[in-house]
Design a protein around this ligand. Structure first.
Ligand code: MG
Length: 390
């Protein structure tokens, strides 16, 4: 028995929201789910995937072993989903689709955050490159092996569209239907647009929190940034005796709150003015309809610049990044040179991809294996590969 997919928990969708009844469907045909909408099924498949569980041990900014309280890619993804769902509900957009996109958006991330991505991209330079966003799509389209009837998770077009945030024209051409919007300069669904910005709200805010906790940045330095200073001054004047840690937590929650409110109000006004009839009108609209106000965008950029200079480029973060890059590069070279060093399943995959893609195929299989590693697995695998005493 299957329920009417367009009515499950989505009684009050705006006309421009993504509606499962109007979905562009899945790559492999499947009967409609019972008691769930198509987008709920996508979300559920993402939660049950191996790639999702691996996010627990992948770096956001701080490597897992540096402390238990820092964000990981898993807690980051859950925070993105929380922010994104609040925005979706406020704008009468599809919460299920939004949640699925948010939980899947970082599935293709390598171990060790951006350092890992940069190292793997350099390794793959002559073999088609490596891009974590494209890899997220590869994970859900091909690499997960959980279902008898199809490879990957066989997600709907709309979830896949939301996962693919950016794409070169060359890659877009190879992606067929999904890549077309980059060539034709169309917009994705509003759910995809808002999740992209929810990602920014989440990491800007939690990186402030984690940065302060680590001691790599200070409140004094952050007070040069308008967005932080405004919230900090409000909290200090209302609660002058509050302990420092609690003050910071109160500031961080307000940082999230003020950005969400700005985004909802600006987008609401833009949507009222543009009044798109349906999701196609959203896609054909000349620009994104989910946006911050100009003032908030400026403040946001200022905070981002601060975090880049003072946190992401801090020598201690950089030192770990450099180690991470060397670790992944060494593993990649060793595996590409001698695939027999790989576990059996990955060896089979290497042989398979080499058959169709030659040396590039072999390199792709090695990159898939490395990208799937957690931080600690990569560290252990490095030891096992290079240390004769292990
Ligand atoms: Mg993210």
């Amino acid at each position: 028995m299957s329920s009417a997919p367009d009515t499950v928990h989505n009684g009050s969708l705006a006309p421009y929201a993504a509606n499962p009844a109007g979905s562009r469907g899945r790559q492999h045909h499947e009967p409609a789910p019972a008691y769930r909408s198509e987008y709920q099924r996508d979300r559920d498949r993402i939660i049950h995937s191996a790639a999702f569980r691996r996010l627990e041990y992948k770096t956001q900014v701080f490597v897992n072993h540096e402390g238990d309280l820092f964000r990981t890619r898993l807690t980051h993804s859950i925070e993105v989903a929380q922010v994104a769902r609040s925005i979706a509900r406020a704008l009468q957009l599809n919460e299920d689709l939004t949640e699925g996109i948010a939980l899947a958006h970082d599935l293709g991330h390598t171990p060790f955050g951006h350092a890992g991505q940069d190292a793997l991209n350099a390794c793959m330079k002559n073999h088609g490159g490596f891009e974590h966003n494209l890899q997220s799509l590869r994970v859900v389209d091909e690499l997960e092996d959980r279902y008898a009837e199809f490879p990957g998770l066989n997600l709907t077009f709309e979830t896949r569209e939301g996962i693919l945030k950016h794409c070169s024209l060359k890659n877009a051409a190879a992606l067929g239907d999904l890549g077309r919007r980059f060539i034709e300069k169309q917009q994705p669904s509003l759910e995809a647009q808002l999740t992209n910005l929810a990602d920014e709200i989440a990491y800007n805010s939690h990186d402030v929190d984690d940065g302060l906790r680590s001691g790599l940045i200070t409140v004094e330095a952050l007070n040069t940034v308008a967005l932080f200073r405004e919230q900090y001054e409000t909290v200090r004047s209302r609660y002058p005796d509050l302990a420092p840690r609690r003050t910071i937590h109160e500031v961080v929650r307000r940082l999230i709150g003020c950005q969400v409110i700005d985004l909802v109000e600006t987008s609401k006004a833009d949507l009222e003015q543009a009044a798109p009839d349906n999701i196609d009108a959203v896609r054909n609209h000349g620009k994104a309809l989910i946006a911050f106000s100009d003032a908030m965008r400026e403040k946001n950029l200022e905070l981002k610049r601060f975090l880049r200079t003072h946190l992401y480029r801090h020598y201690r973060v950089h030192r770990m990044s450099a180690k991470a890059g060397r670790t992944l590069t060494a593993l990649f070279e060793a595996f590409l040179d001698d695939p027999r060093l790989l576990p059996e399943e990955s060896q089979q995959q290497t042989t398979l991809l080499e058959k169709t893609g030659g040396r590039d195929g072999r390199a792709r299989a090695v990159a898939d294996y490395i990208a799937g590693m957690t931080d600690r697995y990569a560290i252990t695998e490095f030891e096992r590969t290079f240390n004769p005493a292990v």
